[in-house]
Ligand binder design. Structure first.
Ligand code: NAD
Ligand code: TYD
Length: 355
């Protein structure tokens, strides 16, 4: 069996659901259930003995040590993190605590467990760390996309904390020979995406008749990948990646934010037109920019394509249509995640940006 951390969050939940749809290998899901973790994402697995949910912190060495000793996993996939750049700007401490200190404790627990394994199991074991392209910092419009050898230059507390965890993972391979793998992926979108991030926020606000807040000039570029394709990349790296290597994962789909927002608006105009006949783009509002806003991210995914034969299955057109339809079909999920804590966050982040 394998252990997944952060499997109640956006990408982790998609990974858990995809994993169990494609294999009968059991999975232990360790999640702290922060504001971003939601057991409802895994409701379809209720009663499935292949999924064991454990409520806990990756930094809790005693808990993690006893889980590893009890279940003897062949791999750990580490999704657990604080993941939202804007929250890291308002309050970096949780990011340092989970992404750096928590990852360190998880690595220590893993190393202690790995040292107890018999030779063959030690060889076979993998620790896969899920990271982001944001560790590389920002690209000028004419620079080539990030390859695995691009220098790290993180600019936000979020990306700095992810960069620190990547470095620790790397060091555990070089120093202790722990068989680690790291994936650095571009921006994901898809089902179960918490509506604090660009795409789900735009869908949810559009349907609620609220402003669609575009930071600054809206010309910042991200490389968008459908979440199911990120999950297939992680499965492939786990299966065939070389220990100690890092793999960049991306969708070859660079787009400015404003284009993304227009696409979402256009799809909603077709699928769920406004009752007053106006287009959803009428709700777009320019608001104050994010401090230190990275201008452009782009991934060169040739290594994972060439070495592991991975390719995304979705284009942006197919992925975004699935995503918008998912949000239209899952309005109850949307309502339930918009708790009091969510409303407090919206007031904190957007209240001070009012034009
Ligand atoms: P998310 O914020 O939706 O989910 C994070 C999950 O981790 C939540 O379920 C949360 O409860 C859990 N968690 C947080 N702290 C924890 C702790 N100390 N112990 C155990 N569980 C904890 O994040 P996501 O978007 O699903 O991202 C998952 C991973 O992928 C992160 O490591 C992130 O850096 C990385 N990543 C995200 C993207 C993206 O576009 N969302 C892109 C590339 C990489
Ligand atoms: P986000 O989804 O937070 O991901 P990241 O910052 O990790 O790339 O933001 C994606 C882009 O969208 C980023 O350039 C910031 C921008 N953005 C807005 O313009 N308005 C918003 O309300 C949000 C949340 C993001």
């Amino acid at each position: 069996m394998i252990v997944v951390t952060g499997g109640a969050g956006f990408i982790g939940a998609n990974f858990v659901l995809d994993w169990l749809a494609q294999s009968d290998e059991a999975l232990i899901n360790l999640d702290k259930l922060t504001y971003a973790g939601n057991r409802e994402n895994l409701a379809s697995l209720a009663g499935d003995p292949r999924h064991v949910f454990v409520h806990g912190d990756i930094g809790d060495s005693r808990l993690v040590g006893s889980l590893l000793a009890q279940y003897q996993p062949r791999a750990i996939v580490n999704f657990a993190a604080e993941s939202h750049v804007d929250r890291s700007i308002h309050g970096p401490e949780d990011f340092i605590q989970t992404n750096i200190v928590g990852s360190f404790h998880l690595l220590e627990s893993t190393r202690a467990y790995w040292n107890t394994l018999p030779d063959e199991a030690r060889q076979r074991f993998r620790f896969l760390h899920v990271s982001t392209d944001e560790v590389y910092g920002s690209l000028a419009s004419d620079e080539p996309a990030f390859s695995e050898t691009h220098a790290y230059a993180p600019n936000s507390p979020y990306s700095a904390s992810k960069a620190a965890s990547d470095h620790l993972v790397r060091a555990y391979h070089h120093t202790y020979a722990l068989p680690v793998l790291t994936t650095n992926c571009s921006n994901n979108y898809g089902p179960y995406h918490f509506p604090e991030k660009l795409i789900p926020l735009m869908i949810v606000n559009a349907l609620a008749g609220k402003p669609l807040p575009v930071y600054g000039d809206g010309q910042q570029i991200r490389d968008w990948l459908y979440v199911g394709d990120h999950c297939s990349a992680i499965r492939r790296v786990l299966e065939a990646g070389r220990p100690g290597e890092t793999y960049n994962v991306g969708g070859r789909n660079e787009q400015p934010n404003l284009d993304i927002v227009h696409t979402v608006c256009r799809l909603l105009d077709e699928l769920r037109p406004r009752t007053d006949g106006l287009p959803y783009r009428a709700q777009i509002t320019s608001v104050a920019d994010r401090p230190g806003h990275d201008r452009r991210y782009a991934i060169d995914a040739r290594k994972i394509e060439r070495e592991l034969g991975w390719m995304p299955a979705e284009t942006f057109a197919t992925g975004i249509l699935k995503t918008v339809n998912w949000y239209l079909d899952n309005q109850q999920w949307v309502q339930r995640v918009q708790s009091g804590a969510y409303r407090d966050w919206v007031e904190k982040n957007y209240g001070e940006r009012r034009p």
